[in-house]
Design a protein. Structure first.
Length: 349
């Protein structure tokens, strides 16, 4: 006689652990590890790329030819801030023959160091009015390491390692370099302290924004009610296809992880009509065929700002996808790794 299987229940000890995780905003990974099982045990909200795409922002053009994005509403007389684009510089490494030079601000292998230094002076002049304003950059490695920047860091030839930096010293431009990852700028309006964070998916999973704001509180006495933040150009949910391993990492850290993912369907009519022509052996999320799992990194970092105590109206979102608008931004994914770097900068006059 066949008996119906008993429903699985968690032991009391695990229930207590789950309760602790929920209070911390986390969730225990309960997915089976058996071979051949799919991590995507439930469907996500479906979409097509057109549903998630935003129009490109209109940049401001400075007198020196640099095109950049100031942050709307940030009219603090003591503050410098903004996001660069790829337009208006001197680099020839990533543009077509015969076109104007570009504003690559990263020391990449394809570009000359002296050209990048000249581009950085142009961008410093654009943001501060003085080309000699020092730009303090980092050696970024997708961590949650946040460092306190001082005037001594401006003189370093080899930058410090980290993916976030903060300061209350005037005269410095803190810089985060991106080419798809999400840049976040934070201002303490009362203490006159600033911070900049670099958030790819790994840094986001490691909660760099939440921990960085905690560091600001320890270092400067910053209170969330006095903070404003801006999330700059980065790859959007329209384009950011990821694999199941990224979903697993987010689910291990955030109770709301699944709200950050969408199943995005390919709208190419040729691929829809002849899907067999486009089959690949790539892992799920890395194939051009839909539905692919897409991550909203912008929303993930906005949620971290909210969790850190910022009010929703204190958070500006630029809504600019770097992969959609490669005429305006560098995109590592769109160019298959052959890309310059943009900068998000912030400083105290």
């Amino acid at each position: 006689m066949r008996h119906s299987p008993r429903p699985k229940t968690s032991p009391p000890a695990l229930n207590a652990i789950d309760a602790q995780f929920l209070r911390a905003g986390l969730v225990r990974n309960q997915r089976s590890k058996s071979s051949g099982s799919s991590a995507r045990t439930a469907h996500f909200e479906p979409a097509v790329p057109e549903d998630l795409t935003c129009p490109a922002p209109v940049p401001f053009r400075a007198a020196n030819g640099v095109e950049w994005l100031p942050i709307p509403g940030w009219n603090f007389p003591w503050l410098w801030s903004g996001f660069s684009t790829r337009r208006g510089g001197l680099s020839r490494a990533y543009c077509a023959d015969g076109s104007q030079g570009e504003l690559n601000l990263g020391f990449t292998a394809a570009d000359e160091r002296k050209t990048v230094l000249r581009n950085r002076r142009l961008f410093a002049e654009t943001v501060t009015g003085n080309a000699a304003t020092p730009i303090v950059a980092l050696r970024q490695f997708h961590s949650n390491l946040v460092v306190a920047a001082t005037a001594a860091d401006a003189a370093r030839r080899l930058p410090r390692k980290g993916d976030g930096q903060m300061t209350d010293e005037p005269g410095l431009l803190l810089a985060i370099q991106t080419a798809d990852c999400i840049p976040i700028l934070v201002v303490d309006r009362k203490r006159r302290a600033v911070a900049a964070f670099h958030a790819g998916w790994r840094g986001t999973v490691k909660r760099i924004v939440e921990s960085g704001i905690g560091r600001m509180r320890l270092a400067f006495g910053s209170q969330p009610k006095n903070l404003v933040a801006a999330i700059g150009p980065g790859i959007g949910p329209c384009c950011y296809a990821v694999g199941e391993e990224v979903l697993s990492e987010f689910e291990s850290q955030f109770a709301y992880a699944r709200t950050l993912f969408r199943e995005v369907y390919d709208t190419d009519p040729v691929r829809r009509k002849y899907p067999m022509l486009f089959l690949t052996q790539r892992a799920p999320g890395h194939s051009p065929l839909g539905p692919a799992l897409h991550l909203d990194l912008v929303e993930a970092n906005r949620r971290q700002l909210l969790a850190a105590g910022l009010a929703p109206e204190s958070i500006q979102v630029m809504n600019a996808c770097t992969q959609c608008h490669t005429d305006l931004f560098f995109s590592h994914r769109a160019s298959r790794g052959h890309a310059g770097r943009m900068m998000a900068v912030i400083g105290i006059r």
